[in-house]
Design a protein around this ligand. Structure first.
Ligand code: NAD
Length: 282
């Protein structure tokens, strides 16, 4: 049986994941604003430091896996907090926990992305770049011109940034090379307290309900917990750097031919560089 850290463990998909892991006999160290083993506010650097240390103390220096589910939806006026929790609240904890994950045998990490990454048009690249560069304030400034759409842009930007971070780091020697399987899950609209609060706001409810979901309805939080547990299991030993969409078909509906795609001309130089560098390491 393993030891798993789960952020956002007090509600929604983090909670269903933690419950399922515990029911299977694993030890779960939950992190959340309240009602958790480690109570910490991931919107501040101090809170993130306390969460990272609290989990490491409780785990005794070894983690078989981590689930980064804490996050906020596109709440008006909360742009800075969205950036802090959704992006930095995952990246900073993973950096701190990496040695404990490397100390386990075949550790698995699942980071919560979202299908807003590929279904929100016009998210400025500078917002994503700012987050990846560690500059939350610049990311927030980057969406100001969008007015009422600013929270949605920042939310999608935070999820694009965390997905890029996962794919960039998953293949590195410190992650894949240390035996850690780092992946992301990208849910569509899942019926959790986060979605319920969006549905309680008439403007947001209209946008949510009119959004195309080919299979219909909303996703089930418990089923998403099953997906995460599967991505933490031995079945995922060969899964590295994947962003798994579980979204009722919205991503495929909007961009049926955008992926998979051949290496584009502008990616060719990087492709050749990586082939050569891999050959040198062999
Ligand atoms: P939820 O609101 O039910 O749970 C999120 C949890 O994160 C809560 O327990 C909350 O307290 C915690 N959290 C928020 N801010 C925090 C902070 N500052 N410090 C510590 N913990 C904090 O939401 P959910 O729907 O289960 O969302 C889980 C993840 O899935 C989030 O990252 C969300 O962005 C993502 N997501 C959700 C949906 C959806 O439709 N529900 C869709 C795509 C992605």
């Amino acid at each position: 049986m393993g030891t798993y850290a789960v952020t956002g463990a007090a509600s929604g998909m983090g909670r269903t994941t933690a419950d399922k892991l515990r029911a299977a006999g694993h030890t779960v160290i939950g992190v959340d604003l309240a009602e958790s083993d480690v109570v910490a506010d991931l919107s501040t650097p101090q809170g993130r430091g306390a969460a990272a240390d609290g989990v490491l103390d409780a785990a005794g220096g070894r983690l078989d896996g981590a689930v980064l589910a804490a996050g906020l939806g596109p709440l008006p006026g909360k742009e800075a907090t969205i950036a802090q929790v959704n992006y930095f609240g995952a990246v900073e904890l993973l950096r701190a926990w990496r040695p404990a994950l490397a100390a386990a045998d075949r550790a698995k990490v699942v980071v919560f992305s979202s299908n807003s990454t590929s279904t929100t048009p016009l998210v400025p690249r500078r917002v994503v770049r700012a987050m990846l560069a560690g500059d939350a304030q610049k990311a927030v400034r980057g969406v100001r011109l969008f007015g009422r759409a600013a929270p949605a842009m920042l939310y999608a930007g935070s999820k694009i940034a965390i997905s890029h971070w996962v794919r960039e780091h998953a293949v590195r020697p410190e992650w894949a090379g240390a035996g850690i399987r780092l992946n992301a899950i990208a849910p569509g609209a899942i019926l959790t307290p986060l979605l319920e609060s969006q549905l309680a706001d008439p403007n947001q409810a209209r946008a949510v309900k009119s959004f195309p979901v080919p299979i219909g309805g909303f996703g089930d939080a418990s089923q998403l917990g099953d997906w995460v547990v599967f991505m933490l299991s031995d079945a995922a030993d060969f899964m590295v750097g994947s962003v798994v969409f579980v979204d009722g078909g919205s991503d495929a509906y909007f961009r049926p031919d955008a992926w998979p795609r051949p290496v584009p001309l502008r990616g060719l130089a990087r492709y050749i560089r990586r082939m050569r560098s891999h050959a040198r390491r062999r």
